[in-house]
Design a protein around this ligand. Structure first.
Ligand code: SF4
Length: 247
């Protein structure tokens, strides 16, 4: 596997992103992943919360390369069904998932900031339990791979398959960005891929127990996330203002 490339290479990679972004638009997810693994070796990792798209990406990655790095942000507030799925993924694909924890345990957070922070200030809670741990993990990497799709939220609509992530300062790779939800589920059924049992109970998008509910008929797939708040993103995929390369 290729060693992590040096700083000079990273700068030249950043300069090449606009042309790579255009070229990659026609690449299949497998092609994008192959390019990512060959280019970055151990310095690229797949980030997954094990949603339907994440499961598809893990399956495709396992066909491209036997072993690859994958991490998950364990907020310690995930559903039992999600923890079960993590165990299943490790067994089925023979991989070890790197679990990234917040610096504060749930008890320490409550002690420092009071009870149920997610209700009073979900942005601060997400910063502590998701954004800071992600920033810490990405500090080890030259590139990260996500399973976002353009039609999931307005913030994701302009995402490229390969882009520069100004927020975290590395290459961001989104192989499934032009897939529809229908294509994702078709792939899951065709390849008999395990998925989170909550999807069959009207949870199309799954995060922490405190901030995820089932959606009602006619609601948007992400209506069950931070219901009652204008918040639609945890801050991991939000485009910074004046961030042209990323958007
Ligand atoms: S999704 Fe909710 S519980 Fe999870 S980190 Fe964000 S605010 Fe906290």
């Amino acid at each position: 596997m290729k060693e992590a490339f040096d700083r000079k290479e990273a700068v030249s990679m950043r300069e090449n992103i606009p042309s790579l972004r255009i070229a990659a638009e026609d690449w299949s997810p497998a092609h994008v992943l192959q390019w990512a693994f060959q280019t970055f070796g151990d310095s690229v990792a797949l980030s997954s919360a094990f949603g339907a798209e994440g499961m598809v990406l893990i399956d495709i990655a396992s066909r491209v390369q036997e072993s690859f790095r994958i991490f998950t942000l364990d907020t310690e507030f995930l559903f039992p069904e999600t923890y079960n799925l993590i165990d299943q993924v490790e067994q089925r694909y023979g991989i070890t998932i790197e679990r990234v924890f917040p610096l504060l345990s749930p008890e320490e957070q409550e002690h420092a900031l009071g009870p149920a922070l997610w209700r009073r200030d979900p942005d601060q809670c997400c910063n502590i339990r998701k954004v800071e741990p992600l920033r810490r993990k990405l500090g080890e990497l030259q590139a990260w791979i996500t399973s976002i799709r353009r039609d999931q939220t307005a913030a994701r609509a302009g995402a490229g398959k390969i882009e520069w992530d100004d927020k975290f300062g590395l290459v961001k790779i989104n192989p499934l960005v032009d897939w529809s939800s229908k294509e994702v589920w078709q792939y899951i059924r065709e390849h008999d891929i395990p998925y989170n049992a909550l999807h069959d109970r009207s949870y199309p998008s799954i995060g922490c127990t405190h901030c995820t509910r089932a959606v009602r008929p006619g609601e948007s797939p992400r209506a069950g996330r931070w219901a009652g708040y204008s918040k639609t993103e945890c801050g991991l995929h939000v485009i910074e203002p004046a961030t042209e390369a990323q958007g």
